[in-house]
Design a protein around this ligand. Structure first.
Ligand SMILES: NC(=O)c1ccc[n+]([C@@H]2O[C@H](COP(=O)([O-])OP(=O)(O)OC[C@H]3O[C@@H](n4cnc5c(N)ncnc54)[C@H](OP(=O)(O)O)[C@@H]3O)[C@@H](O)[C@H]2O)c1
Length: 325
């Protein structure tokens, strides 16, 4: 199979494109002919080698989200058959023509959803759903602040919070991203490069503050703004650290307002398969009903994985960059 892979870490030019052996499905696995795979922020972290806990094993195929067609099933697999159109969180790397996936991390492609849109519902979608429904536990009528709402994950979080009945105040950088996020149906968008996020949220809530915030930027000034914009007893879910590994935190701010800071871990092997299945099913229902728009910024050939990473490093996309073999 053709794949974009890494033999070393570095900038976006380190990608190689060529032939690797076809993977073979084991028990509980399916083999997917990838029609589209999605590029995630975490892929750029793996590629760059800047975090010691993300180690590549050459030839390393990045990517974990794919949509495509089942072309093989492992022993004992009955849930999917050859020819099914699926979305899958892959085990063997999604920047390739073929990828392996566990049946428990696979769904049928919802009706009316393209491969290019669907691949982001394999991993990003379940993470977004989990942050809103299980970690922030957003309730109808609440006000929720969603930062980086033009990001792949943030754009889905904002829409799922809206579908949960919340008033959504989002942040996005620059006019283009701001307009795109407004088009997702959120209630307000704050340009975090131009405006004081904390003050704007307080203004928009008549000084009461937001009930919850969901953040993956982890930037000191934005973090301070989020804490100041939460109401007493408010909740903050942190699910990423795009800008920094650490921020300073005043204990007094937390205890005096009675804030809850919640770790936004995505679903992982410790998460019950039944819980993941419930979340995936709810997500697919939202997607098939058209209430969830997967923002596709651009579609590039798999051989241009390096160009996709250059654009990601420059924070260009609003939504997802998709690779097609
Ligand atoms: N916990 C989990 O299980 C899980 C799962 C999936 C993803 N994640 C995390 O979620 C985060 C987002 O991933 P993604 O792939 O959705 O990202 P993405 O599409 O690459 O978007 C990242 C966005 O962050 C914004 N940003 C960057 N630096 C910023 C700063 N200093 N201040 C404010 N905004 C800034 C930029 O938007 P603007 O141009 O609008 O500033 C940028 O477009 C990552 O940290 C990722 O690791 C976590």
């Amino acid at each position: 199979m053709k794949a974009a892979f890494l033999n070393k870490t570095g900038d976006h030019t380190v990608f190689e494109y060529g032939d690797l052996p076809d993977p073979t499905p084991s028990a509980g696995e399916i083999l997917v002919r990838v029609r589209a795979s999605s590029v995630n922020h975490v892929d750029t972290v793996w590629r760059s080698g800047i975090r010691p806990y993300f180690k590549i094993s050459p030839p390393h195929v990045l990517g974990y989200e794919a949509a495509g067609d089942v072309v093989g099933v492992g022993p004992g697999v009955t849930a999917y058959k050859v020819g099914d159109a699926v979305i899958a969180r892959t085990k063997s790397g999604a920047y390739a023509e073929l990828a392996l996936a566990d049946v428990n991390a696979t769904s049928l492609l919802p009706e009316g959803v393209s491969y290019e849109e669907g691949c982001s519902l394999a991993g990003t979608g379940p993470t977004a759903f989990r942050m809103v429904v299980r970690r922030a536990a957003v309730r109808p009528g609440e006000t929720v602040l969603v930062t980086a709402a033009a990001s792949g994950t943030g754009s889905l979080i904002a829409q799922i919070a809206k579908a949960s009945g919340a008033r959504v105040i989002a942040t996005a950088g620059g006019r283009r991203k701001r307009d795109i996020v407004l088009g997702l149906g959120v209630d307000e968008v704050i340009d975090h490069y131009e405006e004081d996020v904390g003050k704007r949220v307080l203004d928009l809530t008549d000084g009461k503050g937001a009930d919850a915030a969901i953040d993956a930027v982890f930037d000191q000034s934005l973090f301070d703004a989020i804490l100041s914009s939460l109401r007493p007893g408010g909740r903050l879910v942190i699910y990423g650290n795009i800008a920094a590994q650490q921020v300073n935190l005043s204990a007094r701010t937390i205890f005096s307002k009675g804030l809850s800071i919640i770790g936004g871990q995505g679903a992982d092997p410790r998460t019950a398969a039944s819980e993941q299945a419930i979340d995936r099913a709810a997500l697919m229902t939202l997607a098939a009903g058209g209430r969830l728009k997967v923002l596709v910024d651009r579609v590039l050939p798999l051989a241009q994985a390096g160009e996709a990473h250059r654009a990601m490093d420059a924070h260009e996309p609003a939504g997802k960059i998709i690779l097609t073999p």
